[in-house]
Design a protein around this ligand. Structure first.
Ligand SMILES: C[S@@+](CC[C@H](N)C(=O)[O-])C[C@H]1O[C@@H](n2cnc3c(N)ncnc32)[C@H](O)[C@@H]1O
Length: 218
């Protein structure tokens, strides 16, 4: 897409106006089913020792390639209990790490890949999480962040997100208006793919802006 290519300072930088941004938003409408397929394909391409941040109860096990050594990290006690059960059921025997992404209890350069799905909206300090990702990744290692993200500035969806975020943050820990792309680009990780979609379950339903960031540790 015209304004979302790799190497831009932000997905919407270079767009001359929010009107242009709205046009692009409409162009990139994708169903949740198709977006899930993109998620599965991206996760399935990871190899070696793979760290999953904020793994929840384990929604991504089906997507992992055979032979991957999975390390899960999940700060919630209740989710971690379920995660451990599901992990064992999928042949991953290492107990998930009880930690937040801001303090990953792993050695420097110890994993081949890191990924998360719908987690960067929930973390308290996204810059610190990305620094930790960079620290634990081997040089040349890949990280994949799949998220719902802030709509372009000055759009009605962004206004709605800005209004709702203080509430959703308190209720579920999730911010609707986080500019994940800006955080990733400031992290020093090198973007190799940025895929931005407006994901919706139907033509008339509200589209949720989502991104897939694939980055490497330089
Ligand atoms: C919306 S859920 C997504 C769960 C799972 N990744 C999925 O796609 O189903 C957000 C997850 O992030 C976790 N989380 C919250 N704060 C975190 C942090 N600082 N570091 C890592 N994970 C965190 C939550 O406990 C929760 O499991």
């Amino acid at each position: 897409m015209a304004c979302g290519g790799v190497g831009h300072a932000s997905v919407w930088n270079g767009c001359p106006s929010s009107r242009t941004a709205r046009t692009l938003e409409a162009m990139d409408r994708t169903s949740w089913q198709d977006f899930d397929q993109l998620r599965g394909a991206a996760i399935g391409a990871l190899r070696g020792t793979v760290l999953e941040l904020g793994a929840g109860s384990g929604a991504n096990f089906e997507e992992l390639a055979p032979g991957v050594r999975w390390i899960g990290l999940e700060p919630s006690v209740s989710a971690r209990r379920e995660l451990r059960r599901n992990a064992t059921g999928h042949g991953h025997t290492e107990p998930p790490l009880a930690a937040g992404g801001e303090n990953i209890p792993l050695e420097d350069g110890s994993v081949d890949a890191v990924f998360s799905t719908y987690v960067l909206c929930s973390v308290d300090d996204v810059d610190r999480v990305l620094r930790e990702v960079r620290r634990v990744l081997k040089p040349g290692g890949t990280a994949l962040f799949i998220d719902h993200v802030a709509a372009p500035p000055q759009t009605w969806r962004r206004r709605l997100q800005d209004l709702a975020s203080p509430i959703t943050r308190r209720v579920s820990g999730c911010r609707w208006n986080r500019d994940v792309t800006a955080a990733v680009e400031a992290s020093g990780l090198e973007t190799v793919r940025l895929d931005r979609r407006d994901v919706a379950s139907g033509r008339l339903t509200l589209a949720v802006p989502c991104t897939i960031h694939e980055v490497v540790n330089p």
